[in-house]
Design a protein around this ligand. Structure first.
Ligand code: ZN
Length: 62
């Protein structure tokens, strides 16, 4: 294997797996409430994490 001078190659998708992030995301509040989740190939919570968090803040009266 020959060393290269193209370190930016490391930033391309695929060089370290398909995605830099896990194919599963859960957004939860500091209080422990799960607000929003997404799983690749499965369902996704409606709206955006920001919306879910704003809604949660309203619910708890913060
Ligand atoms: Zn909370």
């Amino acid at each position: 294997m020959t060393p290269t001078h193209h370190p930016i190659t490391d930033h391309y998708p695929g060089s370290h797996g398909e995605y830099p992030e896990p194919a599963e995301t859960t957004v939860s509040c500091a209080c422990g409430a799960e607000l929003w989740e997404w799983q690749e190939g499965y369902s996704c919570s409606p709206g955006s994490p920001e919306d879910a968090f704003a809604e949660h803040l309203t619910e708890v009266g913060a």
